[in-house]
Design a protein around this ligand. Sequence first.
Ligand SMILES: C[S@@+](CC[C@H](N)C(=O)[O-])C[C@H]1O[C@@H](n2cnc3c(N)ncnc32)[C@H](O)[C@@H]1O
Length: 396
Amino acid sequence: MASAPHHDLKLGTTLDETARQDFVATLRGFVLNDMAGDMSQVYEQDVKPRATREMGHEPATASEVHKAMRPNLTFKMYSSMRVNTQEMVWDSVREAVQREVPVWRPRLKQAGAKGPGTLHLNPDLEIPRSVSAIDVHLLPGNYDSEHGPEDASQGVWFDHGSAVFYMGLLGPDQGDIGRSISTFIKTKYPDFSPDKILDLGCTIGQNTLPWAQTYPDAEVHAIDVGAPVLRYAHARANALGVGVHWHQMNASSLDFEDETFDVVWSSMFWHEVPIKDIRKAFKEAYRVLKPGGLMLHMELPPNSTLSAYDGFYLDWDSWYNMEPFYKSFRDQDPKALCVEAGFPADGFAQYVVPSVNWFGEEATKQAVDEQGKFDQNTGRFANGISWYSFGAWKPE
Ligand SMILES: C[S@@+](CC[C@H](N)C(=O)[O-])C[C@H]1O[C@@H](n2cnc3c(N)ncnc32)[C@H](O)[C@@H]1O
């Protein structure tokens, strides 16, 4: 089932639209759970033995598995269904976003004006081509297109589409990633009490707000290059009564002073960024962190931690879902990225955190002793998901 946003900016939808959104979410669940399960059996029983005979060895990398799977009918069926359901996700809310403009625009304006957060846009910011030139995960117009002055359509669309896309896995406010990981960090490091937190590539801020809620005394800032998503993030946070300072900024060139933040966080960000920009942004994260601060990124798990088949399964988006940087990011060694940015090797940390929404808060808290325990649902949008995160502590 889709889980419609629970805040005052929620779109009015017709009964037909709600039914359609539920159908699409359920169909996506079928593709990602049932069809994906069948596909992995077909690989084990049919494709792998055949490829092993032909290649003279078992497919050893994600790319070799992909090559072996491409002619397979089950794979073609799975891929067609996944691409189609992805397009259906955005389609299922498009009409409501457009129809409801006269309703949501004044509401957004009102929520934006009332605080407690602030919004700082920079019309001169050059939007990186990795955002301006493509429609990531097939969202028409991506995060940055504006359809008139002060437009926020892409943010409204992203919020409501995400509720369908995640099939209810992330809870009513879509904040499960931020909630699970901030809860985990607070439980694991009870003496760590950040005063200032920064979120990079925040989009509409659904995984920013949980940090502000977990650490209510902290000042929270969030950046993104997309003006429409930031306008919506600002209004949405205000509508939910959470104060965050939103900035239009490039993560590879931050305007903040050195040693400003205790936490530099991001969620689902780097797999959409070219590797040369990631390297710059990690150095920026190091620069703006205070000594003793934590850089922490929730991301898809690296290929090196997965079997060749699981690597192939996660790389799928790179080939078929307009995510051109997905694979190049996941081929990196997360520890090497942190060390290259200036962090000491012994400051590196990685965590696998059970989803609060799926397992409950107690399970997340109890997992604090089980760092880096990967399983087949780590980072995979399936029932029983757990979140991978990595980063590093800056020395005192
Ligand atoms: C997948 S979304 C992030 C999702 C969000 N953090 C979440 O938790 O769901 C990627 C976001 O990064 C932004 N972005 C891409 N390149 C960027 C850059 N160089 N600096 C800042 N934001 C960037 C995009 O505009 C987009 O909003």
